[in-house]
Design a protein around this ligand. Structure first.
Ligand SMILES: NC(=O)c1ccc[n+]([C@@H]2O[C@H](COP(=O)([O-])OP(=O)(O)OC[C@H]3O[C@@H](n4cnc5c(N)ncnc54)[C@H](OP(=O)(O)O)[C@@H]3O)[C@@H](O)[C@H]2O)c1
Length: 252
C-alpha cells in the first residue's frame, strides 16, 4: 500500500522545507503537497519526484477534495502536517469579519477536520505534526486572533497526543518563535521590523521531524521560544501582555 505524507501550506517557507526533508529522510512513497499557488506547486513537482501537487483553497473545497482522494486511493497516511496558517496583526476592531472567519477556518477548523479525515487511513507509527506557534503560550494583544487560534491548535494537539497514543499514532505540536519566511512583513512605514531570536525554517523542520519521530508531543525550536515558554509559565499573564504591547508599539 502506498505510504503518503500530506502537507498543507506546502508552497510556504516552512512547508517547502518539510517537503525537502521528508524526501531525503522519511520512508514515504508520495507527498500530497496542498497549496493554492499553481506556479509554486508546479515548481515543487518538477523539483521533487515524490510530490503530488493538490491545488486547492483549504477555506473552500479543500477538505472534501482531500477526503475524496483518500477514499478513491486508500493510501496509508504516514505523516500529516497541518502547516497552512494565516495571521493578522493590528487592532481586532479593524479586522474584516471575513478575515476572522478565514483565520478560524485555516488555523483551527481545517487542521481538526484534516486529522479527523485522515485518521481512518493511519496505521500504528503514523504521525501528525501541527504547526502552532510560541504565540500559543500567552494571549497577544494586536495579534489576538492568531495567538488564540494557535492556542486552540496546541491544546487540540496535546489532547489528541494522549487519545491516539494507544493506537501508536503520535501527535506533535510545533511552537516556533519568529521564523524567517514570507509570512513576516519586513518593514512598516519605511521602518525595518526587527524579530528577536528569528530562526530558519530549516531549524524548525529538522527539530519537528526529529521530535515527531521520537514520539514527543511538543517541539519548541530555538532558544527564544524555549525561554518564552518557560517565562510564560512563571510570569503573570497581564505583565507578559504589557511587555508584548510595549515591544510592538512601533508597528501597530
Ligand atoms: N513565520 C513565522 O514567524 C511563524 C512563527 C510561528 C509559526 N508559524 C506558522 O508556520 C506555518 C507556516 O507558515 P510560514 O512561516 O511558512 O509562512 P508562509 O510562507 O506565509 O506560508 C503559509 C502557507 O499557508 C498557506 N495558506 C494560507 N492560507 C491558505 C488557504 N486559505 N488555503 C490554502 N493554503 C493557505 C499559504 O499558501 P499561499 O501561498 O497560497 O498563501 C502558505 O503556503 C503557519 O501555520 C504559521 O502560522 C510561522
Amino acid at each position: 500500500m502506498e505510504r503518503i505524507a500530506i502537507i498543507t501550506g506546502a508552497t510556504g517557507g516552512i512547508g517547502q522545507k518539510f517537503i525537502e526533508k521528508i524526501t531525503l529522510q522519511e520512508d514515504i512513497d508520495c507527498i500530497w503537497a496542498v497549496g493554492r499557488n499553481s506556479e509554486k506547486l508546479r515548481a515543487l513537482a518538477e523539483k521533487y519526484d515524490k510530490v503530488n501537487p493538490i491545488e486547492t483553497d483549504l477555506a473552500g473545497e479543500g477538505i472534501s477534495l482531500i477526503s475524496d482522494k483518500l477514499k478513491s486511493e486508500s493510501p496509508v497516511v504516514s505523516i500529516l502536517i497541518n502547516n497552512a496558517g494565516t495571521a493578522y496583526m493590528g487592532a481586532f476592531e479593524k479586522m474584516e469579519s471575513s478575515k476572522i472567519e478565514e483565520l478560524c477556518n485555516i488555523n483551527c477548523s481545517i487542521p481538526a477536520m484534516l486529522i479527523h479525515t485522515s485518521l481512518p487511513y493511519m496505521t500504528p507509527g503514523s504521525r501528525v505534526i501541527n504547526i502552532s506557534s510560541a504565540s500559543s503560550f500567552q494571549p497577544n494583544p494586536y495579534l489576538s486572533m492568531y495567538s488564540a487560534s494557535k492556542a486552540f491548535l496546541k491544546n487540540l494537539s496535546r489532547a489528541l497526543s494522549v487519545e491516539l497514543k494507544p493506537k501508536n499514532i503520535f501527535v506533535t505540536c510545533v511552537c516556533p518563535g519568529w521564523v524567517d519566511t514570507g509570512m513576516l512583513p519586513r518593514s512598516k512605514d519605511g521602518k525595518e521590523i526587527k524579530y528577536p531570536g528569528m530562526i530558519s525554517a530549516e531549524r524548525v523542520v529538522s527539530k519537528a521531524l526529529k521530535d515527531s519521530s521520537s514520539g514527543k508531543d511538543m517541539s519548541v525550536p530555538g532558544l527564544f521560544a524555549k525561554y518564552f515558554r518557560l517565562y510564560s509559565k512563571i510570569t503573570p499573564t497581564g505583565l507578559i501582555m504589557k511587555q508584548w504591547v510595549w515591544g510592538i508599539r512601533k508597528y501597530i
